[in-house]
Design a protein. Structure first.
Length: 293
């Protein structure tokens, strides 16, 4: 099987895990705030990654350039990106947040075009536009959130910006050192330090609280599911160009929409606009698949 095909498969698996993770985060809202959830997920996964990296350690992995890129990926992706994502999922829900994240391919494609020298073909560009339009159509839906404010839409925007930057650093790091487990370990470490430092500057109601057993169970499960998505994401990025794998990552909104309609039925509603947007997103997936095989 060729690398581009492996990238396609791992990217789709990433999307499924990501959608499941988002639904679990939404349901975990009643047990702890966003920063609590983000940090618990890191606390649960970090020891696992350290152990695996220790067992599989190779001396050539000590590459300062790659480690620098891994650290940057952690700051923007697993750190800030995840914090903003948790905030957005808690404030405006899965069915709005997840489709909005589909615009990440546009940001990543521009960055990849300028910084990495990647040249996506016509199919990829059509797919990116299709995914983006699909996400816009899905946002036509309206939900009843008692404490909803228009400014909350800034949360997915900050998530998009952070994760787009992280996607570029992730690819740059793997170009130097293609070791996703070690990279993930460094990334989680830098993300944990970033969020702990950030917590000192946040209002009391946003600061993390770790005295709830239910929060540890709920967000611990979120962390494990996200770890699977994390490993698959790094693997897909290692095998394929950013402009191929990132649009596929964005297809998680399709799976999130389905899971939301099943498991969040009492919390969120799905409208016809959601289905129309999903069709456009699926079209983008098909176009990427055609271009990769």
């Amino acid at each position: 099987m060729e690398n581009v095909q492996l990238a396609f498969i791992f990217a789709l698996v990433t999307a499924v895990f990501t959608a499941s993770f988002q639904v679990l985060v939404r349901k975990g809202r009643e047990y702890g705030n966003a920063l609590t959830g983000a940090l618990i997920g890191i606390f649960v996964n970090f020891p696992i990654l350290i152990l695996v990296s220790f067992v599989t350690w190779e001396p050539e992995w000590f590459n300062l350039k790659a480690i620098g890129y891994f650290i940057a990926t952690g700051i923007f992706g697993t750190g800030l990106g995840r914090f903003f994502l948790f905030m957005s999922l808690h404030k405006i829900g899965v069915a709005i947040t997840s489709p909005l994240l589909s615009s990440i391919p546009l940001f990543s494609a521009v960055f990849a075009f300028e910084l990495l020298g990647e040249r996506p073909n016509l199919y990829i560009w059509i797919a990116i536009i299709s995914v983006f339009v699909g996400c816009l159509v899905i946002t036509f839906k309206r939900e009843n959130f008692p404490d909803w404010r228009p400014r909350y839409l800034l949360l997915p925007f900050f998530t998009i910006l952070s994760l787009s930057i992280a996607n570029i650093f992730r690819k740059m790091s793997l170009n130097v050192l293609p070791e996703p487990i070690f990279g993930g370990t460094v990334t989680y470490g830098s993300a944990m330090l970033t969020l702990l430092v950030l917590s000192f500057f946040l209002p009391k109601k946003i600061k993390p609280v770790f005295n709830s057993k239910k929060a540890w169970v709920a967000y611990g499960l979120c962390g494990l599911v996200n770890l699977m998505a994390f490993v698959c994401r790094w693997t897909a990025t290692n095998y394929g160009d950013v402009t191929i794998v990132v649009p596929l990552f964005a297809s998680s909104s399709f799976f999130a929409l389905f899971l939301s309609s099943v498991f969040l039925r009492k919390m969120e509603q799905v409208t016809i606009w959601s289905y129309v947007g999903t069709i456009l997103i699926v079209l983008g997936i098909v176009l990427i698949g055609v271009s990769s095989f």
